[in-house]
Design a protein around this ligand. Structure first.
Ligand code: GLN
Length: 305
């Protein structure tokens, strides 16, 4: 824990009581209140040595001292920013858990979503069917580095090439690679999609990408946590949302080795269009669409002929 300080269970209990009252005052309906209260406890579990059961039973109240990562005054400021400014909790804490690891996140990068974890499972399943060992993979639009780092953890022999247009995203992604001890196998490039990977033409085992895919007009209407605080560069997929999915699908064949796999994340309602783009290219076979855990057609998979 960073700069831990000690507070009494009673003080933490009182802090939480006030925070719960603030939720009641600002939530517009019981669902929203319930969601905020769950987040409040996630925040406490992230910063203090308390678990869900202790919070639920309020048994922590009797403890003489609890280790807390931040002062209660700081926590109050964070909680106010969560409620009033709708800043996502992950930005307030500066980190999120994703798959089996923790990533630093900041407003310069999209907060990795749980559904995107499945893109990595698809990559692992695809690699298991290939005749060749995974050697070079690419993650296009890496953001916090989530996909690239998960690929590097899953394929211990592979080099992962992670590309992003944003310098601030790359700073965070590199920090995450160092933190996870993967800086020697995850290489970072600043640029547009496959452009910086010129020297890898025909050499990639796989390409994975969660590009911006939200139609421009819908971006401002996303929930305030997303629309106001997450980088629009990572969300806005142009007029029809398909602009970058198209660019990647069209350029990837030049970079994939024969039998190499392209894995894309997309939005609900885009599956047919994306499958069409892949078919039209004439360079792919075995084109498949996969659902996320909510049953939304979320991923496209295609193999280089
Ligand atoms: N899945 C993200 C969202 O729901 C969007 C990510 C993206 O555009 N690639 O906001």
């Amino acid at each position: 824990m960073e700069n831990p300080s000690w507070v009494s269970g009673e003080a933490l209990w009182e802090w939480r009581r006030v925070a719960c009252q603030q939720v009641s005052a600002c939530a517009v309906n019981p669902q929203e209140a319930g969601a905020y209260l769950r987040e409040l406890d996630w925040m406490l579990m992230a910063v203090a040595e308390v678990d869900r059961l202790a919070l639920r039973l309020e048994s922590y109240r009797n403890r003489p001292a609890i280790n807390v990562e931040r002062s209660l005054a700081d926590l109050s400021t964070l909680w106010q920013r969560r409620l009033q400014e709708k800043v996502p909790l992950q930005y307030l804490l500066g980190r999120t858990t994703w798959r089996d690891f923790t990533l630093a996140v900041a407003p310069g990068v999209l907060i990795p979503r749980p559904e995107t974890e499945l893109l990595v499972d698809l990559a692992i399943a695809a690699a298991a069917t290939m005749a060749v060992e995974p050697s070079h993979w690419a993650d296009l639009g890496t953001g916090s580095g989530a996909i690239a780092l998960a690929l590097a953890r899953s394929f211990p022999q592979a080099i992962v090439h992670a590309v992003d247009a944003s310098a601030s995203a790359l700073t965070i992604a590199k920090q995450n690679a160092e933190q996870l001890g993967l800086a020697d196998r995850v290489l970072f490039y600043r640029g547009s999609w496959l452009e910086p990977l010129e020297s890898l033409q025909g050499k990639l085992t796989g390409i994975a990408s969660n590009p911006p895919y939200i139609p421009s007009a819908l971006v401002p209407a996303l929930q305030p946590e997303v629309a106001r605080h997450e980088p629009h560069l990572a969300l806005d997929g142009g007029t029809d949302g398909l602009e970058f999915l198209r660019v990647i699908a069209e350029r990837a064949p030049q970079f994939l080795q024969s039998g190499g796999v392209l894995l894309l994340e997309m939005m609900a309602g885009q599956a047919e269009a994306v499958a069409d783009i892949l078919k039209q290219s004439g360079c792919y076979c075995n084109i498949q669409i996969h659902c996320d855990l909510a049953g939304i057609q979320r991923f496209a998979e295609a193999y280089r002929i």
